[in-house]
Design a protein around this ligand. Structure first.
Ligand code: ZN
Length: 226
Protein backbone atom coordinates (compact mmCIF):
# COMPACT_ATOMS: atom_id res chain seq x y z
CA UNK A 1 0.00 0.00 0.00
CA UNK A 2 2.72 2.41 1.05
CA UNK A 3 4.72 1.49 -2.04
CA UNK A 4 1.66 2.16 -4.22
CA UNK A 5 1.25 5.62 -2.73
CA UNK A 6 4.93 6.33 -3.25
CA UNK A 7 4.60 5.23 -6.86
CA UNK A 8 1.69 7.60 -7.37
CA UNK A 9 3.67 10.47 -5.92
CA UNK A 10 6.97 9.57 -7.55
CA UNK A 11 6.26 7.29 -10.49
CA UNK A 12 9.19 5.08 -11.42
CA UNK A 13 10.45 5.85 -14.87
CA UNK A 14 12.46 3.94 -17.43
CA UNK A 15 16.18 4.74 -17.18
CA UNK A 16 16.47 4.95 -20.96
CA UNK A 17 13.34 6.74 -22.25
CA UNK A 18 11.95 8.28 -19.00
CA UNK A 19 8.44 6.93 -19.64
CA UNK A 20 6.53 5.77 -16.57
CA UNK A 21 7.10 2.08 -15.83
CA UNK A 22 4.26 -0.39 -15.39
CA UNK A 23 4.05 -2.27 -12.10
CA UNK A 24 5.46 -5.32 -13.84
CA UNK A 25 8.48 -3.47 -15.21
CA UNK A 26 11.72 -2.58 -13.45
CA UNK A 27 14.57 -0.23 -14.43
CA UNK A 28 13.82 -0.42 -18.17
CA UNK A 29 10.47 -0.47 -19.95
CA UNK A 30 9.62 -3.44 -22.15
CA UNK A 31 9.85 -1.35 -25.29
CA UNK A 32 13.40 -0.22 -24.49
CA UNK A 33 14.44 -3.76 -23.60
CA UNK A 34 13.32 -4.80 -27.08
CA UNK A 35 14.40 -1.74 -29.03
CA UNK A 36 17.70 -0.52 -27.59
CA UNK A 37 20.24 -1.13 -30.36
CA UNK A 38 22.34 -4.22 -29.68
CA UNK A 39 24.77 -5.21 -32.45
CA UNK A 40 25.42 -8.71 -31.08
CA UNK A 41 28.54 -10.31 -29.63
CA UNK A 42 31.34 -12.19 -31.40
CA UNK A 43 30.78 -10.37 -34.68
CA UNK A 44 32.87 -11.56 -37.63
CA UNK A 45 36.04 -9.52 -37.99
CA UNK A 46 37.05 -7.05 -39.23
CA UNK A 47 34.08 -4.93 -38.23
CA UNK A 48 33.55 -1.28 -37.28
CA UNK A 49 34.45 -2.01 -33.66
CA UNK A 50 37.52 -4.18 -34.25
CA UNK A 51 38.87 -1.53 -36.63
CA UNK A 52 39.28 0.75 -33.61
CA UNK A 53 41.64 -1.86 -32.11
CA UNK A 54 43.29 -3.69 -35.00
CA UNK A 55 46.94 -2.84 -35.51
CA UNK A 56 47.41 -1.40 -32.02
CA UNK A 57 47.63 -4.58 -30.00
CA UNK A 58 47.27 -8.33 -30.39
CA UNK A 59 43.98 -9.23 -28.71
CA UNK A 60 41.25 -11.80 -29.07
CA UNK A 61 37.77 -10.22 -28.99
CA UNK A 62 36.19 -6.82 -28.72
CA UNK A 63 32.49 -6.54 -27.92
CA UNK A 64 29.95 -3.86 -27.20
CA UNK A 65 26.50 -4.63 -25.83
CA UNK A 66 24.69 -1.45 -26.93
CA UNK A 67 25.25 1.01 -29.73
CA UNK A 68 25.60 4.56 -28.55
CA UNK A 69 24.38 7.58 -30.48
CA UNK A 70 24.51 11.20 -29.44
CA UNK A 71 21.27 12.24 -27.77
CA UNK A 72 19.83 8.72 -27.97
CA UNK A 73 18.34 6.46 -25.32
CA UNK A 74 21.58 4.55 -24.77
CA UNK A 75 23.41 7.79 -24.06
CA UNK A 76 20.76 8.66 -21.47
CA UNK A 77 21.09 5.20 -19.97
CA UNK A 78 24.88 5.44 -19.71
CA UNK A 79 24.60 8.91 -18.17
CA UNK A 80 22.49 7.45 -15.35
CA UNK A 81 25.10 4.79 -14.68
CA UNK A 82 28.08 7.15 -14.81
CA UNK A 83 26.85 10.30 -13.17
CA UNK A 84 23.51 9.69 -11.45
CA UNK A 85 24.39 6.90 -9.07
CA UNK A 86 22.45 4.17 -10.86
CA UNK A 87 24.71 1.37 -9.66
CA UNK A 88 21.92 -1.23 -9.66
CA UNK A 89 21.20 -0.39 -13.29
CA UNK A 90 24.88 -1.03 -14.11
CA UNK A 91 24.70 -4.42 -12.37
CA UNK A 92 21.41 -5.29 -14.09
CA UNK A 93 22.82 -4.51 -17.54
CA UNK A 94 25.97 -6.45 -16.65
CA UNK A 95 23.85 -9.50 -15.76
CA UNK A 96 22.00 -9.18 -19.08
CA UNK A 97 25.24 -8.81 -21.02
CA UNK A 98 26.81 -11.78 -19.20
CA UNK A 99 23.75 -13.91 -20.00
CA UNK A 100 24.22 -13.06 -23.70
CA UNK A 101 27.91 -13.98 -23.49
CA UNK A 102 26.92 -17.35 -22.06
CA UNK A 103 24.99 -18.14 -25.25
CA UNK A 104 28.24 -18.45 -27.19
CA UNK A 105 30.96 -21.06 -27.12
CA UNK A 106 33.87 -18.84 -26.28
CA UNK A 107 36.72 -19.68 -28.63
CA UNK A 108 39.27 -19.12 -25.90
CA UNK A 109 37.86 -18.99 -22.39
CA UNK A 110 38.01 -15.72 -20.56
CA UNK A 111 39.45 -16.35 -17.12
CA UNK A 112 39.18 -13.03 -15.32
CA UNK A 113 37.20 -9.80 -15.59
CA UNK A 114 39.10 -6.55 -15.15
CA UNK A 115 36.89 -3.48 -14.71
CA UNK A 116 38.80 -0.41 -15.89
CA UNK A 117 40.31 1.11 -12.72
CA UNK A 118 39.30 4.63 -11.81
CA UNK A 119 41.53 7.19 -10.15
CA UNK A 120 41.07 7.36 -6.37
CA UNK A 121 40.11 11.02 -6.50
CA UNK A 122 37.34 10.36 -8.99
CA UNK A 123 36.02 7.43 -6.95
CA UNK A 124 35.80 9.75 -3.96
CA UNK A 125 33.92 12.37 -5.98
CA UNK A 126 31.52 9.90 -7.56
CA UNK A 127 31.30 7.38 -4.76
CA UNK A 128 31.73 4.33 -7.01
CA UNK A 129 33.34 3.00 -10.17
CA UNK A 130 30.61 2.19 -12.68
CA UNK A 131 32.86 -0.29 -14.52
CA UNK A 132 32.94 -2.37 -11.32
CA UNK A 133 29.12 -2.39 -11.12
CA UNK A 134 28.91 -3.65 -14.71
CA UNK A 135 31.66 -6.23 -14.06
CA UNK A 136 29.80 -7.46 -10.96
CA UNK A 137 26.73 -8.11 -13.09
CA UNK A 138 28.75 -9.94 -15.76
CA UNK A 139 30.43 -12.00 -13.03
CA UNK A 140 27.03 -13.03 -11.64
CA UNK A 141 26.00 -14.42 -15.02
CA UNK A 142 29.29 -15.90 -16.20
CA UNK A 143 30.77 -16.96 -12.83
CA UNK A 144 34.07 -15.40 -13.85
CA UNK A 145 36.13 -13.90 -11.03
CA UNK A 146 36.75 -10.15 -10.92
CA UNK A 147 40.33 -8.98 -10.76
CA UNK A 148 40.68 -6.36 -8.04
CA UNK A 149 43.85 -4.75 -6.85
CA UNK A 150 47.30 -4.92 -8.39
CA UNK A 151 46.45 -2.36 -11.07
CA UNK A 152 45.82 1.27 -10.29
CA UNK A 153 45.00 4.39 -12.19
CA UNK A 154 47.73 6.72 -10.99
CA UNK A 155 46.91 9.76 -13.11
CA UNK A 156 43.60 11.54 -13.21
CA UNK A 157 44.27 12.81 -16.71
CA UNK A 158 42.57 15.77 -18.27
CA UNK A 159 39.54 15.36 -20.45
CA UNK A 160 40.34 13.60 -23.71
CA UNK A 161 37.33 14.74 -25.70
CA UNK A 162 39.14 17.18 -27.96
CA UNK A 163 42.21 15.10 -28.63
CA UNK A 164 42.67 12.80 -31.56
CA UNK A 165 43.41 9.14 -31.14
CA UNK A 166 47.20 9.41 -31.33
CA UNK A 167 47.21 12.22 -28.76
CA UNK A 168 44.90 10.29 -26.47
CA UNK A 169 47.12 7.26 -26.61
CA UNK A 170 50.15 9.35 -25.76
CA UNK A 171 48.40 11.06 -22.84
CA UNK A 172 47.22 7.72 -21.46
CA UNK A 173 50.53 5.89 -21.72
CA UNK A 174 51.51 6.11 -18.07
CA UNK A 175 48.05 6.47 -16.58
CA UNK A 176 47.92 2.89 -15.23
CA UNK A 177 50.40 1.17 -12.99
CA UNK A 178 50.70 -2.55 -12.27
CA UNK A 179 51.84 -3.14 -8.70
CA UNK A 180 51.12 -6.87 -8.55
CA UNK A 181 50.68 -9.07 -11.62
CA UNK A 182 50.43 -12.41 -9.81
CA UNK A 183 46.63 -12.65 -10.10
CA UNK A 184 46.57 -12.34 -13.90
CA UNK A 185 49.89 -13.93 -14.96
CA UNK A 186 49.27 -16.30 -17.88
CA UNK A 187 45.52 -15.57 -17.87
CA UNK A 188 43.08 -14.40 -20.52
CA UNK A 189 41.66 -11.15 -19.14
CA UNK A 190 38.37 -9.59 -20.24
CA UNK A 191 38.67 -5.82 -19.78
CA UNK A 192 35.29 -4.18 -19.07
CA UNK A 193 34.29 -0.53 -19.38
CA UNK A 194 31.04 1.39 -19.55
CA UNK A 195 31.48 3.40 -22.74
CA UNK A 196 33.88 3.02 -25.65
CA UNK A 197 34.52 5.90 -28.02
CA UNK A 198 38.01 5.65 -29.54
CA UNK A 199 39.04 2.62 -27.47
CA UNK A 200 42.28 4.33 -26.39
CA UNK A 201 41.67 3.78 -22.66
CA UNK A 202 40.97 0.07 -23.09
CA UNK A 203 43.92 -0.38 -25.44
CA UNK A 204 46.28 1.33 -23.03
CA UNK A 205 45.23 -0.92 -20.18
CA UNK A 206 45.36 -3.98 -22.45
CA UNK A 207 48.94 -3.18 -23.44
CA UNK A 208 49.88 -2.63 -19.82
CA UNK A 209 48.62 -5.97 -18.54
CA UNK A 210 49.95 -7.91 -21.53
CA UNK A 211 53.36 -6.38 -20.93
CA UNK A 212 52.98 -7.44 -17.27
CA UNK A 213 52.26 -11.07 -18.15
CA UNK A 214 48.60 -11.55 -19.13
CA UNK A 215 48.41 -14.33 -21.77
CA UNK A 216 45.61 -12.75 -23.76
CA UNK A 217 43.21 -9.82 -23.55
CA UNK A 218 39.68 -9.20 -24.80
CA UNK A 219 37.51 -6.12 -24.43
CA UNK A 220 33.87 -5.55 -23.59
CA UNK A 221 32.14 -2.18 -23.39
CA UNK A 222 28.55 -1.85 -22.30
CA UNK A 223 28.07 0.78 -25.00
CA UNK A 224 30.16 1.91 -27.95
CA UNK A 225 30.00 4.82 -30.34
CA UNK A 226 29.75 3.52 -33.88
ZN1 ZN B 1 12.04 2.92 -21.91
Amino acid sequence: MFKRILQLLYPEVCFACSNTLLDSEGLLCTRCRLELPRPGLFLPRPNWLSLKFDGWLEYQDVHCFFLFSKGGRVQHLMHQIKYKGAQDLGRFLGIWCGAELNKYNWPDEYELILPIPMHQQRIQERGYNQAICIAEGIALSTHLPILSGGIERIKNSQTLIHQNRQERFHVLEDVYQVSDSSSFLGKHVLIVDDTLTTGATMLTLGQKIKAAGARQVSFLALAALQ
